[in-house]
Design a protein around this ligand. Structure first.
Ligand SMILES: [Fe+2]
Length: 569
């Protein structure tokens, strides 16, 4: 108030009068939760007229005695709460300094994230291509809610892009995402979300389609991208929640418990090299961009046990030539060419994408950066089902010759739209479901050294699941085992399939194939193998072997190892 002359004082008094005479507001969007950390969270909401912002909060229902204000008059409210306790449930209410608009009840609450030293179980719910505003979207949501009630709820919702259709407008987000009929308006007050953008979100940021529906490329500097999607999200851009600061909402990273999440942007394609940060139509092995440089620095810096990368456009698909080198899906191809080598180099465990409107899940693979025909057995780190109950969990070693090798790629793009595809034929893909009425989402749990993933359909079925275990090489006791590093390829097969293995200590090795009744139908070898790498061929074209599931039993110096193999029809 120093040097406040009468005119200034008049303005000040007028502003107080305005403030006190503000009409009653109504909340038109939210509240919703962003940047959920161990000690902080951002609460957002929209009102129909200007007001200041206040959040009351506390860890006891009915006693939300703390409050945080933002004095700016706005309809887009954003309040950052800090000084919170990790893994704690807080109740809250929202409004202005003069009235509470929502809350002070059991519907508005949030739970803070675990701190970096806590290794508690955490769950994530990923949805892709979900914003059609249709019954399928609601069915997928309700299926998740029933599953959560039977098991446990997710700590964080993950958006895999194409978060709304058709053009990523604010009105579309309002009616298809923040609504309570088809969207998540009833979930957002307690379930935070973290997100990436897809091509449809980008139609209101930098269009990818011309008036005739043909692909075009953006010609705006990514640093200047703005639009409804980027306005509604509030991710950690400065490394507030772990990771290297990206300085941008368009891509960023954050830690959650034992996981380091990286949210990339597959939509940054341009004919202008300076703006082509995804690298579409660029086949140079020396391609780089600000996003790629940041990714390298970010993954190199993290010490988290698990690394999960999220973007929209899928690098692999079993659908026809969807992601082939000559495909029109140039963004899918670019992510595979330029980004997969980096995320695999730094040991990413799981990559979540959408874009293709179906569900697909790969084997544990490494080093596949071209089309289907370029896939080789050396890229198959584990070609089994990944199902622990079949004795086939994926193992990622933290040391030894396979240290950090192996990534599972998931396409979860049928959370509101679904397309059938013709023959399922990508050698890197273990499972897929696609039909005109096949909808679902992807749930995954992380606890300590294990990650469990589940494909949950809109009809309450878990049609696919897998487990990744982190193990040290020595924990296998390989000194007492004759053979390791076993790969079976191709699998499924209808002809010759190759079994490769390494022998580290001389010993007898035999390989048998058993049918579902446990009968040996093929006996491959029984030799005293000296240390080295070996390769055997099993011929499944024999008409006496009917199509179906077989078990390969490998006797390594007395220890039995089982692998499943499928003969395709
Ligand atoms: Fe898409």
């Amino acid at each position: 108030m120093r040097n406040c002359y009468p005119a200034c004082l008049l303005v000040f008094l007028f502003s107080i009068t305005i403030h006190r005479s503000l009409p009653a507001q109504s909340v038109t969007r939210g509240p919703y939760l962003q940047s959920q950390g161990p000690n902080s969270i951002i609460i957002r909401w929209r009102t129909d007229s200007l007001t200041d912002s206040r959040v009351y909060y506390g860890d006891t229902l009915g006693a939300t005695t703390f409050f945080k204000d933002s004095t700016t008059l706005t309809t887009e409210h954003r309040v950052l709460l800090t000084g919170l306790t990790p893994l704690t449930k807080y109740y809250y209410s929202i409004g202005s300094s003069s009235q509470i608009l929502r809350g002070n009840d059991s519907l508005l609450y949030f739970k803070t994230a675990p701190d970096s030293n806590s290794h508690v179980p955490v769950r994530f719910w990923a949805i892709g291509d979900f914003g059609h505003g249709n019954q399928a979207q609601a069915d997928v949501r309700e299926s998740y809610l029933r599953y959560a009630q039977k098991t446990k709820p997710a700590d964080l919702q993950l958006w895999l892009g194409d978060n709304v259709y058709q053009d990523g407008t604010d009105a579309e987000y309002q009616s298809k995402v923040f609504d309570t009929v088809y969207g998540y308006g009833n979930l957002f007050p307690y379930l935070p979300f973290a997100s990436t953008s897809g091509n449809h979100d980008y139609n209101s940021i930098c269009p990818w389609q011309d008036a005739n529906g043909l692909p075009v490329l953006c010609n705006i500097n990514p640093n200047n991208h703005t639009g409804p999607y980027l306005s509604l999200i509030d991710p950690p851009t400065q490394g507030e929640l772990g990771g290297v600061a990206s300085g941008r909402k368009i891509f960023y990273s954050m830690d959650y418990g034992d996981i380091h999440f990286v949210f990339l942007n597959s939509e940054l394609g341009s004919y202008n090299n300076a703006y082509n940060w995804t690298g579409v139509l660029n086949n140079s092995s020396s391609f780089t961009s600000p996003m790629l440089d940041w990714l390298k620095a970010d993954l190199q810096a993290t010490t988290k046990k698990w690394k999960v990368v999220i973007w929209h456009q899928c690098p692999y698909s079993a659908q026809d030539n969807f992601t082939e080198e000559n495909s029109v899906q140039i963004f899918c191809v670019a992510t595979r060419h330029h980004f997969n080598p980096i995320i695999e180099q730094y040991g990413a465990d799981l990559v979540l994408t959408g874009h293709d409107h179906n569900f697909q899940r790969s084997y544990l693979i490494n080093g596949h950066y071209g089309g289907k025909s370029s896939f080789t057995s050396s890229m198959m780190i584990n070609g089994s089902s990944g199902k622990e109950d079949l004795g086939e969990p994926y193992v990622k070693y933290v040391n030894g010759p396979l240290a950090g090798k192996g990534t599972v790629y998931v396409v979860a793009g049928n959370s509101s739209g679904s397309n059938a595809y013709s023959p399922f034929n990508h050698p890197a893909i273990y499972y897929g479901q696609a039909c005109d009425t096949c909808f679902g989402s992807f749930v995954f749990d992380v606890q300590g050294d294990r990650l469990d993933g589940y494909y949950l359909t809109s009809t309450d079925s878990v049609y696919d699941y897998f487990t990744i275990l982190k193990q040290t090489w020595s924990s296998l006791g390989e000194d007492n085992v004759a053979a390791r590093n076993i790969h079976i390829y191709p699998n499924p097969t209808s002809g010759n399939t190759e079994i490769t293995y390494s022998v580290t200590t001389a010993g007898k090795v035999s390989i048998e194939v058993l049918n579902i009744h446990g009968q040996v139908v093929s006996y491959v070898s029984a030799v005293n193998s000296q240390p080295g790498n070996y390769r055997e061929i099993i011929d499944f074209s024999n008409p006496c072997l009917s199509s179906g599931t077989y078990t390969v039993r490998i006797n390594c110096g007395g220890e039995l190892i089982y692998k499943r193999i499928v003969k395709a029809g």
